[in-house]
Design a protein. Sequence first.
Length: 118
Amino acid sequence: MPILERIEGRLDDMLYTADGRRVGRVDHIMKGVENVVEAQVVQERLDAFTVRVVPGKGFAQTDAARIRENLQLHVGRATIRVETVPSIPRTPSGKFRAVVCKLNESQSELAAANGRAA
């Protein structure tokens, strides 16, 4: 019989904070926001995030402000930009990624080291 080498399930990137914390799930950033079709959080740097939002009917700057406030609660001091887009690109296999981390391995390791030192 063949041997199963590994099981792959849903795999989202992690967000890393400058103080070394990891944030995996980001659905909490939509708390209190009703006018969004879908959203994706992209980490550009340890202290910079972009939230791509496909706006729903009635989306306003108050929704964008709430998204920034909610994310700020989880990532700390950081630049957070909310960008409205017509759609969010899918992976080549057609999957939706709620979190995209663009940090390289050394930046992720630095964040982890900051967390251990704290």
